[in-house]
Write a protein that binds this ligand. Structure first.
Ligand code: UTP
Length: 292
């Protein structure tokens, strides 16, 4: 039974400056809901009841967001804004959330190592706080189901075009069944012609507690940071690792163009303004085509 999740959210978000100078990128809103709220909801919908958020400097807004706000609640209640009141109350009571601060931003692997004590000796889920995945079955639930079958660490992956492999950690391995690969190696951001596959690591994992031992032995790698991918390569020497091709659409809000695309797609899905928003987009496109 996987009941604990770790959400790393301490990164500096340099790709989204200046917006992330004084606010966490994980709090960037997708219309009216911060990205990390979707991530927490995915964990809850997957049966997780204990979440540890890896926080850091300038990230206090995340704690405030998941806390109760009694003054705001009172105002909404008196204003008869029942829906907003309910939503604000719900966020404050979502799940048992714990926080620990990463003292220096030494990379994703280092951030996860901060969870060692909290997690203890059980497998746990990892969900990156800056990536939202839209799916019918929550992706963490999909990974838990795979873990239950194989009892090994599971890496959520997605097929990307060969032109994009140099942006991701890439899996080397053999496909053993629909959506399942047996991992033989992991390569961080390979060049297109040297990439072993186009199966990219996609921001969700189930990890066995053995990862903490391999993180202890992992030296600083790319960007002088402790990379989770490097720790997973060490883990491969001790245990099998399974890669699973997720069934869902991933939105990485940590880079500006993908963030923009996310807002547009989510906007089109919102019933209350999708008609007007769609006509607005069509007009813009028509005007652009006339101008060129
Ligand atoms: P990214 O790889 O997107 O790094 O982190 P980043 O530093 O936040 O962003 P850029 O590259 O400077 O723009 C993926 C996830 O891991 C967390 C981030 O908060 C994000 O949710 N992270 C990253 C940490 O918690 N600690 C770190 O040291 C690095």
């Amino acid at each position: 039974m996987i009941k604990k999740a770790v959400i790393p959210a301490a990164g500096l978000g340099t790709r989204f400056l200046p917006a992330t100078k004084a606010q966490p990128k994980e709090m960037l809103p997708i219309i009216d809901t911060p990205a990390i709220q979707y991530v927490v909801q995915e964990a809850i919908d997957s049966g997780i009841d204990d979440i540890l958020i890896i926080s850091g400097k300038g990230k206090r807004a995340i704690e405030d967001h998941f806390d109760r706000h009694t003054e705001l609640e009172a105002v909404l209640e008196n204003k008869d804004s029942r829906n907003l009141y309910n939503e604000v109350r719900r966020i404050g009571d979502m799940v048992n959330i714990h926080y620990i601060r990463q003292k220096e931003t030494n990379g994703l692997g280092d951030a996860i190592y901060y969870a060692k004590q909290h997690v203890g000796n059980e497998p746990f889920a990892v969900l990156l706080g800056d990536t939202v995945i839209d799916s019918v079955i929550p992706v963490t639930q999909q990974l838990i189901d795979v873990y239950d079958q194989y009892q090994n660490s599971v890496i959520g992956t997605e097929m990307v075009s060969m032109d994009r492999v140099s942006r991701y950690g890439i899996i080397e391995g053999q496909k053993t069944s629909d959506r399942i690969w047996n991992v033989t190696d992991l390569v961080e951001k390979p060049e297109k012609d040297k990439s072993p596959s186009n199966l990219a690591i996609a921001s969700r994992y189930i990890l066995t507690p053995e990862i903490f031992k391999t993180l202890e032995k992992t030296k600083a790698g790319k960007n002088n940071e402790i990379q989770l991918t490097d720790a997973l390569r060490l883990l491969l020497k001790r245990e099998n690792i399974v890669a699973y091709v997720i069934d869902g659409k991933r939105y990485d809000i940590g880079n500006k163009l993908d963030y923009l695309k996310t807002i547009v797609e989510f906007g089109l899905k919102r019933r209350e303004f999708s008609g007007e928003f769609l006509s607005f987009l069509k007009d813009i496109i028509a005007n652009q085509s006339e101008a060129t």
